[in-house]
Design a protein around this ligand. Structure first.
Ligand code: SF4
Ligand code: SF4
Length: 257
């Protein structure tokens, strides 16, 4: 990774990241409206890990929604800086409603293993994290090699109340979302319909052995920025609409008539 690129990412509190060639995932793109934003001639995918194993999430599980807004704002600011620094190239970020198979891409970047839970299993934060991506037509050196996989212990598969998981990464998002919506309080279900991130029941995280000895992210720059009382990211309550999020769209859930 180029020095200037790292400097810009670090300046925006992004420290856990890697790069893979766009060609690694170009045949696995997810069909969604945001796919049109992928730069023509895309060469590289920068994957960023955002940890969530923090006290603020333990105290309030819905804080994950706020963290995703904070991450979105960080990605927006980072792309603005990258476009200025590398003016001949395009940079587009993706988080929610993303066409990028983020877990697979992150594993190609060397950031963790692909779990049968459909989650990325990182060395430091297990699956208590989410990822964002920046796609660019700037050719960057890769930081990983081949994708890696979990130990297939089946605990998540056998514990999933929605029957949404199967071996070799078989994750049925619709079953998971339907279960989350049916089990959620009205307020959370409302947020889901506004295009907010989907927060599942978390059973697949709780039973995973990869999460048995993970570290707290309380001191991670991302969490500190999100919880700092003067942070520009939290002053609006964490729900400032940002371009590319699809937040203003009414999104039907599976099973809605
Ligand atoms: S969040 Fe719950 S319903 Fe969704 S895959 Fe995990 S265990 Fe299954
Ligand atoms: S619980 Fe077992 S099978 Fe599921 S992701 Fe974790 S290691 Fe893989």
């Amino acid at each position: 990774m180029t020095g200037l690129l790292s400097l810009i990412l670090n300046a925006n509190n992004l420290f856990d990241y890697g790069v893979c060639a766009f060609s690694r995932i170009s045949d696995k793109l997810i069909d969604c409206p945001e796919r049109d934003r992928i730069p023509a001639g895309a060469e590289s995918v920068i994957c960023i890990v955002f940890p969530t194993n923090a006290t603020m999430v333990a105290d309030d599980p819905d804080a994950v929604f706020r963290l995703r807004r904070v991450a979105s704002q960080m990605l927006e600011l980072t792309c603005t800086a990258l476009r200025k620094a590398f003016s001949e190239y395009q940079f587009e970020w993706f988080l929610d409603d993303s066409p990028i198979p983020d877990v697979t891409a992150a594993s190609f970047c060397g950031l963790g293993a692909i779990g049968d839970s459909g989650l990325l299993l990182t060395p430091h934060y297990g699956s208590f994290c989410f990822t964002g991506n920046i796609v660019t037509d700037l050719l960057l050196p890769e930081t990983g090699d081949e994708a890696t996989y979990c130990v297939h212990c089946r605990r998540c598969i056998e514990s999933c109340p929605a029957g949404a998981l199967s071996e070799q990464g078989g994750f049925d998002k619709e079953k998971c979302v339907r279960y989350a919506a049916s089990a959620a309080p009205d307020t959370t279900a409302f947020l889901l319909r506004q295009g907010a991130a989907v927060k599942g029941c978390n059973t697949c995280r709780e039973v995973c052995p990869c999460n048995s000895a993970i570290g707290s992210a309380d001191q991670h720059p991302f969490i500190k920025a999100a919880t700092h009382p003067d942070s520009i990211f939290t002053s609006d309550g964490g729900y400032k609409p940002m371009g590319g999020l699809g937040q203003n769209k009414f999104r039907k859930l599976p099973g809605d008539s």
